[in-house]
Design a protein. Structure first.
Length: 247
């Protein structure tokens, strides 16, 4: 019996949609992502992991209507920007809570869904690093555009991976549904890109170390470079990015 199409259009694939061998492969790949994620987790990282786990869960409650179904925000781009390789921890717990409490996705498909969400999250971190600059916390204005690009990229890659899984591993011919998945998430990509952009800009002002941690031992040259104004920076941007110890 073919599963309900409204559940397939979401990026969290439900139970009964994929063939068993691919479900097993999903758990194996998810485990490979989780192992480095839990390796040497510092105590001060736990609150941010918990906060972003909550963000993933709450995002599933914000729906955008699309034809016969609705799609919701993902926020895995934001998760990836802040957590990097730790993203798997927030994604797995968040998806597990969605399946348990809201009926989104499934338990047998949890491994596949975790991979589909985590890989774009980690990739978004790389996109953000390249777009915003690797050597210092980005200015708020630059952080906005880097967040916009990274957030949009994460949603598009998530939808593409989800569609590919449906085509390759589905128990039915889901090629039409896969195309609908991609189309349904185009507006989500635009909306989420803006949300992640504004969030990244705000973090660059008030908590820049969440975007790019400042080295524990910072040379005077690194501090001068981090605090120096850049072409196009407004006075507010420069002030917001100075170290509290800068003179």
């Amino acid at each position: 019996m073919m599963p309900d199409v409204t559940s397939i259009l979401a990026v969290h694939i439900s139970d009964g949609v994929l063939s068993p061998p691919y479900l097993v492969a999903g758990f194996v790949l998810a485990a490979l992502l989780i192992v480095p994620a839990i390796w040497r987790v510092h105590e001060d990282e736990i609150p941010r992991i918990g906060l972003l786990t909550t963000a993933i869960f709450v995002a599933s409650l914000i729906h955008v209507r699309f034809g016969i179904t609705s799609v919701h925000l993902l926020l895995n781009g934001l998760v990836g920007i802040v957590l990097g390789t730790r993203s798997a921890l927030a994604v797995v717990v968040g998806l597990g809570l969605q399946a348990l409490l809201l009926g989104h996705g499934g338990f047998t498909s949890l491994g596949v869904n975790a991979v589909v969400m985590t890989v774009p999250a980690i990739a978004a971190r790389g996109v953000f690093a390249v777009t915003a600059g690797r050597t210092r916390p980005p200015r708020p204005r630059r952080a906005f555009w880097a967040g916009l690009v990274s957030g949009t990229f994460a949603v598009l890659l998530t939808a593409a991976l989800n569609a590919a899984v449906l085509v390759v591993a589905g128990v039915e011919d889901f090629r039409v549904v896969a195309a609908l998945v991609l189309a349904a998430h185009l507006p989500i990509a635009a909306i989420e890109g803006v949300i992640v952009g504004f969030t990244a800009s705000y973090l660059a002002r008030v908590k820049p170390e969440l975007l790019f941690p400042v080295p524990a031992i910072e040379t005077p040259e690194q501090a001068d470079y981090r605090d120096s104004p850049r072409p196009g920076d407004s006075p507010d941007d420069v002030t917001s990015c100075r170290s509290p110890t800068s003179s």
